[in-house]
Design a protein around this ligand. Structure first.
Ligand SMILES: [Fe+2]
Ligand SMILES: [Fe+2]
Length: 276
């Protein structure tokens, strides 16, 4: 999951008037989950920074994408083993499947960074974007809870937002990159063109099959995660390109190398893509 290169789309809103008690359906579940995301972003949407995307911002987003992906399989397996202990093998099986699907996504972000001439391993080892830290912590915490149902809400939130990204968002990133460089592996895979759309569908179906108290917990956490995500977005987006470049270079302890002198990272353009 990730927000690298994300654009904000409006998720259709539905409202509910009564607390859920009965059997779930895909229609009501998607309405509740997407309503929770809209609500989480509602408070911040008006003051959301929307600067032009830049290569420096994209590098920060890829570092964020790495950090929100690297521990996902391990965390999901931890939650799965807890559900096995709790006698909920169907939840465990769902989480184990998700852990398998998410395996290797951190490497896509590393490959993209390398393609841009960035010393990827060294950068991710020394730098976590500020806006991403609370998000990583949230997922870590959710997956070790005694009843870690909330981790499904967190995952839904991030994947649903990633699945809003369209081909045009990927094209914008391609246009910023040198012509012979493919630095959109992570972005493509975490967009409407990649696996995220299918992950979202599967999650909706699974959540709809859960008892009402579990569905409520998933929706609550979708909202909480959306709040954290929205704050993180804005934190990174409000930085100038110079600020972001300074943070990256401070972490590396050297100037960022780049492969193509026609794409200088020290350009004059300001602003950033949403951080992952
Ligand atoms: Fe992923
Ligand atoms: Fe995914």
């Amino acid at each position: 999951m990730s927000l690298a290169g994300a654009s904000f789309g409006r998720i259709p809103r539905e409202t509910t008037r009564a607390l859920m008690t009965g059997v779930g359906s895909a229609g009501s579940t998607v309405g509740l989950l997407d309503g929770a995301i809209n609500l989480g972003f509602a408070g911040i949407e008006k003051r959301l920074a929307r600067p032009d995307p830049t290569l420096v911002g994209y590098i920060v987003a890829l570092v964020g994408a790495y950090h929100t992906s690297v521990d996902t399989p391990r965390n999901l397996r931890r939650a799965a083993s807890r559900f096995n202990e709790l006698g909920r093998p169907e939840v465990a099986a769902y989480l184990e499947e998700r852990a398998r699907e998410e395996t290797g996504h951190d490497r896509l972000a590393l490959k993209d960074l390398r393609a841009l001439g960035v010393p990827a391993e060294r950068l991710v080892a020394s730098f976590v974007p500020e806006g991403i830290k609370p998000l990583c912590k949230r997922f870590d915490d959710l997956c070790v809870q005694d009843y870690p149902m909330g981790c499904i809400g967190y995952s839904y939130c991030l994947e649903r937002i990633a699945a809003l990204k369209q081909e045009t968002d990927i094209e914008k990133v391609r246009a910023m990159c040198p012509p012979d460089v493919d630095a959109t592996r992570f972005l493509r895979s975490h967009s409407s063109l990649g696996s995220e759309a299918a992950h979202v569908e599967e999650t909706i179906e699974f959540v709809a099959s859960l008892p009402a108290n579990d569905r409520i917990r998933v929706v609550q956490e979708t909202y909480e995660s959306a709040l954290i995500l929205a704050e993180g977005y804005n934190h990174e987006l409000l930085k100038s390109e110079a600020q972001m470049l300074e943070e990256l270079e401070q972490a590396l302890g050297e100037a960022l190398p780049f492969r193509h002198s026609s794409y200088p990272l020290h350009g004059e353009k300001r602003g950033a893509l949403p951080a992952a």
